[in-house]
Design a protein around this ligand. Structure first.
Ligand code: FEO
Length: 391
């Protein structure tokens, strides 16, 4: 339990052991943040994943008798946030569960209970005493039911998944941990969770633009409580939502007998000589959730795979599936690889990248078995073309 402002407490759960969030690598763990506001009508904002139920309830008991809670605001149904609502309701059976229309539908589907729901719409307010809480619908950031809660009295935005980071820490405020780490994890979180919903993010940013926000309390990770950090974060969200990238190249490859690797390294050498910022990623030792974080910032991708049984390598297929779901728009690319007797698998590579939102700027470069030095040298012809897209 931690007091974060007068009468406002963090009552969440630190999940030090979460290293995989349905496929998203989270080596730093995470937190499920729940917040308790003491006012005439004590209000709990979000709960925690069920592994932290007991901890959350004990925290609440240190602050007030849980039976006094009048409202439980469920900003989002996903079980990392609403997973303990059923248990806390056992202590305050008359409390109203405040949520969006979709939130009610989702909570009923998850818990099979007809609780005392109070459905709120965009712009609605709820008076809890000296505070009015306002609700803004933020559908698809991250599920259709999402909303955020704003407390004008304290200038706090309770943003649920938005602006979160998967970090387990005994610190509660971003600027107490190390901002490089927190901003990196915020970017990774955006890339792996929120990237497909840029248009919705822009609408949310627009809706929030008239609010005074001195603190952002997300449902994962650290609380943002510095004005400059909050401005920077909002600006980054705008850039990411509009797919604003940096003028650099990411080479992502896997290889069987080092032929595709030779091409990848040749591209790297040529781009470096041309003073183009470039980074090389070997799929075998880099997790796709880290790769997507790099893609978040990158304008041009060179994607290489050999052919195995008429298909690209499974590691590459996994990345492509991930990219298709996350809709990496407004980026350019070029494919390359080595094959033995059939190039048919490269069609899947190209088509998948197009679905993922990449514009392929040239035909793919596919070389039979082992590349000749002359063939590798010829890759140099592509460098000016790649450079054209980086400005
Ligand atoms: Fe952190 Fe969409 O739940």
């Amino acid at each position: 339990m931690r007091k974060i402002k007068d009468d406002i407490y963090w009552t969440g759960y630190i999940d030090w052991n979460l290293h995989n969030f349905h496929g998203y690598s989270t080596p730093s763990g995470s937190t499920y943040n729940s917040y308790l506001i003491l006012d005439e009508k004590p209000t709990l904002i979000d709960s925690v994943k069920n592994i932290g139920t007991e901890k959350m309830i004990n925290y609440i008991k240190e602050i007030i008798d849980p039976s006094k809670i009048c409202y439980i605001i469920s900003n989002h149904t996903e079980m990392d946030h609403s997973g303990s609502i059923d248990k806390i309701l056992e202590y305050c059976p008359n409390a109203q569960v405040v949520c969006s229309n979709k939130g009610e539908e989702h909570l009923k589907r998850h818990f099979k209970k007809n609780w005392n729901f109070k459905v709120v719409n965009n712009g609605d307010t709820l008076n809890i005493g000296k505070r009015n809480l306002s609700f803004f619908m933020t559908p698809m950031v991250h599920w259709p039911d999402n909303m955020v809660t704003y407390c004008a009295h304290d200038s706090i935005l309770f943003s649920n998944d938005g602006f979160g980071q998967h970090i387990a820490s005994s610190e509660r405020f971003a600027n107490n941990l190390g901002l490089d780490i927190v901003f990196y994890e915020a970017a990774k979180y955006y890339a792996n969770i929120i990237l497909p919903y840029g248009n919705q993010v822009l609408k949310v940013l627009d809706a929030l633009s008239g609010l005074t926000i001195e603190m952002i309390c997300p449902s994962h990770g650290l609380i943002w409580n510095d004005k400059n950090d909050i401005s920077k974060l909002l600006e980054l969200y705008k850039n990411w939502a509009t797919h604003t990238t940096e003028n650099k190249v990411l080479i992502i490859y896997d290889t069987m007998w080092h032929s595709t690797e030779k091409m990848a390294y040749k591209f790297f050498d040529l781009l470096e000589k041309a003073n183009i910022p470039v980074e090389l990623i070997y799929l075998q030792n880099t997790h796709i959730s880290d790769i997507i974080t790099k893609i978040l910032f990158t304008k041009f991708l060179l994607i290489g795979s050999p052919i195995l049984n008429n298909q690209i390598l499974p590691t590459m297929s996994a990345l492509l599936t991930y990219m298709k779901g996350l809709k990496t728009k407004n980026r350019f690319g070029l494919t390359f690889g080595s094959y033995g007797w059939s190039t048919v698998g490269f069609k899947d590579l190209e088509e998948s990248l197009k679905i993922a939102g990449l514009e392929l700027v040239e035909n793919g470069i596919y070389l039979k078995f082992i590349p000749d030095p002359e063939e590798l040298e010829k890759l140099n012809d592509l460098i000016p073309k790649i450079k054209n897209y980086l400005n």
